[in-house]
Write a protein that binds this ligand. Sequence first.
Ligand SMILES: [Ca+2]
Length: 188
Amino acid sequence: MSVRTSLRKNKNKNKNLLSVGVACLAVLAAVPPGVAGAAPAPQAGAHNRHCITVLEKLAPGERTSRVAERKCTREGESLAQLRGRMVPRELLVKYWDGTYFDGDSDEIRGRDGGCDAAGYGVPDMGAFNNRVSSFRTFGTCNSVQLFDKPSYDGAQKTFEPPQSNPVQGTNGLYPFDNRADSLWLRAV
Ligand SMILES: [Ca+2]
């Protein structure tokens, strides 16, 4: 039973109990998350939703990397557990809802290895449209082109080393914070 539910019940039954409940709540508020007793806080980050998307390499002339596999964490599942139930694939890029690599995330992995000059195209970032606030690239994927609209349309910005890889936060992503709908990954 949550603290909030307990308080509500106490209020119905007895005002004195309510004061005790409020006192307890004040104590709970002073204790760092995860230390409080009765209802242990979930693991750090466990409340965030993490997904792994595995892409196939682009064939000549193609502009969309087919999704070979996509899975997301279930309720209470950690990212490590999610990784454990998928075949390991090379990490290409990872992006987060929050600045500084925080919050919900999506790992884009390559079924056929890392980036080359053609790279991988993601024409629609789906649940992450207009949400990405930070990202990191991995391996040979050192260039990320972000587009405001799906299908590589609208305003765009390319992030390449050495100045902006990885891109850590709102200022670094300017003017693309919470804006990208599609992206292209390459080796340059
Ligand atoms: Ca957009």
